[in-house]
Design a protein around this ligand. Sequence first.
Ligand SMILES: [Zn+2]
Length: 142
Amino acid sequence: MTKANEKHRRMELRKDIGNRIIDPPNPPPYNRGAKYLVAHACFTCNKSFKRSVENKDTKHICPQCAGVAYEMGRNFRAPRKNDKKQWEKVKRLYAAGYRFFGSGTHDGKKLPEKLSDVEQFIKDNKNHPLRVAEPINISELK
Ligand SMILES: [Zn+2]
């Protein structure tokens, strides 16, 4: 048996036992512009990053702590890192199901500017156009 045959034989064996995974060719990425990037936030680091949402199944993680990066919406403006009240406000809105997109194009009330207004806002605006997700318990947000 020649060397090449032996190599081929071993390769086939590895394929059979699933030890050799052959990656399919990936289509070359092309830049679609910033349109598909959406702000994601980490509530542990109080940071936000733009990430693609083209593949809905992709879960993004925070590049700093590797925790969950939550999809906030195209119009999310991250508070300053040390602005704990504003981050708390954003977190509560997120947990209540609000997302930050299409600002000005809906006829719902403006999202509250102050943390102290959030609770009342959520009570009064259960059917707000920006409330697009099921509410979750805030303690589930890492
Ligand atoms: Zn983080």
